[in-house]
Design a protein around this ligand. Structure first.
Ligand code: ADP
Ligand code: MG
Length: 377
């Protein structure tokens, strides 16, 4: 599947010679349809420039930008304008409403540029942002939050696939920020692709993914959320079982695209290699895979042998949870308590741990700490 938004080494240079500014300096990234991406970074790092490029309000000085399979560089000015009005809805920090037009007319203005005006649709868009009762108010008669909601209705009225928002809550109080983020969440749930510039850490967390800009470049992300780490573990487990000659391959439910993206990220942080098109472990990745496989298989034994759970699916799903939360100490205690089992319930080998060679005998602390971690899960 081709990416929905695809930037390859995109640059945007302002000025020349001594006044040259590389506002966007070689950015490569892809977004899938329906993804919500937050662009973050200090003032002047190129966020607005990048958003304007994606929105076709501006054109790259170099590199390629494709949206929905269309290379935007191949479009004429008028084609670009049409493409933009059909594909993209904008929300700005300054609401950019026309002061002498009322809320409804401001929304209909976007339709006018697109094709035909349709009062019913414009009213429906206002309703979607909860402002059907303010249709005849002028911007000056609306609060900041309401003005931004009118701007969102205007962005929505042509039913765009992509919503671009540049610090949409930068001028709003906390309550209205919440309302705007809730609206964006709704749009995301409807399957729209959202690219949003924000300073707000919490808003950034709403997004599927964050890009941190610094001096026109994407700053390498070196810290990952618990969910991302769990995804890495799943990839490692799958790769591990592929190297075993066993019949039981740990399944994963990533799409091909998600898998490739994970592998790329994991290659960047030194967990896997992709040499000759084959995914393999680095030494660091090997150790991490070994440990997660060990935790997973010990947990399976625990659920089957100690807790007498018979249901395969339940054992599997509990083990998947446990493999992420067991500390090395608890893992070793669990292993010791069960007498250092050598194979999982399917017969695949359990990688040995330090405890397996130290001959320590189980004690009651093992049982207690194990029970604690079961309760926590
Ligand atoms: P951000 O949105 O992250 O604050 P911008 O994309 O607005 O950053 O700006 C990135 C850099 O490009 C800044 O150094 C800014 O001064 C410069 N820049 C932005 N627009 C222009 C322009 N039209 N002409 C010259 N320089 C510009
Ligand atoms: Mg900006």
């Amino acid at each position: 599947m081709a990416a929905f938004i695809e930037l390859s080494d995109v640059t945007r240079v302002y000025g020349s010679g001594t006044t040259e500014v590389r506002a966007v300096n070689g950015i490569t990234f892809t977004a899938q349809q329906g993804e919500w991406i937050a662009i973050m970074g200090p003032s002047g790092s190129g966020k607005t420039t990048l958003l304007n490029l994606i929105g076709c309000l501006d054109q790259p000085s170099g590199g390629a930008l494709c949206i929905g399979g269309t290379n935007t560089a191949t479009l004429s000015r008028s084609e670009l304008a049409r493409f933009r009005s059909e594909t993209i809805g904008f929300v700005f920090q300054q609401f950019h409403l026309v002061p002498h037009l009322n809320a409804l007319e401001n929304v209909m203005l976007a339709q006018y540029f697109h094709s035909m005006t349709d009062k019913g649709e414009a009213l429906a868009a206002l309703k979607q942002v909860g402002l059907e009762g303010r249709a005849t108010h002028l911007p000056s008669q609306l609060s900041g939050g309401e003005q931004q909601r009118v701007a969102i209705a205007r962005a929505l009225v042509n039913d765009p696939k992509i919503i671009l928002a540049d610090e949409p809550t930068g001028n709003l109080d906390a309550e209205n920020q919440r309302i705007v983020f809730r609206l964006l969440s709704d749009l995301h749930a409807q399957g729209r692709t959202i690219v949003m510039v924000t300073h707000d850490e919490n808003a950034g967390k709403l997004a599927d993914r964050r890009l941190n800009l610094e001096h026109g470049r994407i700053r390498q992300n070196l810290t990952f959320s618990a969910e991302e780490n769990q995804d890495f573990d799943e990839v490692l487990e799958h790769l591990w079982t592929r190297t075993e000659q066993s019949t039981h391959i740990e399944s994963h439910d990533f799409t091909e695209v998600q898998w490739r993206r994970l592998i790329n990220t994991m290659a960047q942080i030194g967990l896997v290699t992709t040499e000759n098109g084959k995914d393999g472990f680095t030494p660091k990745g090997y150790t991490r895979a070994r440990n997660v496989i060990r935790r997973h298989r010990l947990a399976e034994r625990l659920f089957r042998d100690v807790l007498s759970i018979q249901d395969e699916a339940e054992i599997e799903s509990s083990a998947c949870k446990f493999e992420h939360i067991l500390s090395p100490e608890v893992t070793d205690r669990m292993c010791t308590l069960m007498g250092h089992p050598e194979a999982c319930p399917h017969g695949s080998p359990i990688p040995r741990g330090e405890c397996c060679t130290s001959n320590r005998l189980p004690d009651t602390a093992d049982l207690t700490s194990m029970m604690h971690s079961i309760k926590r899960a």
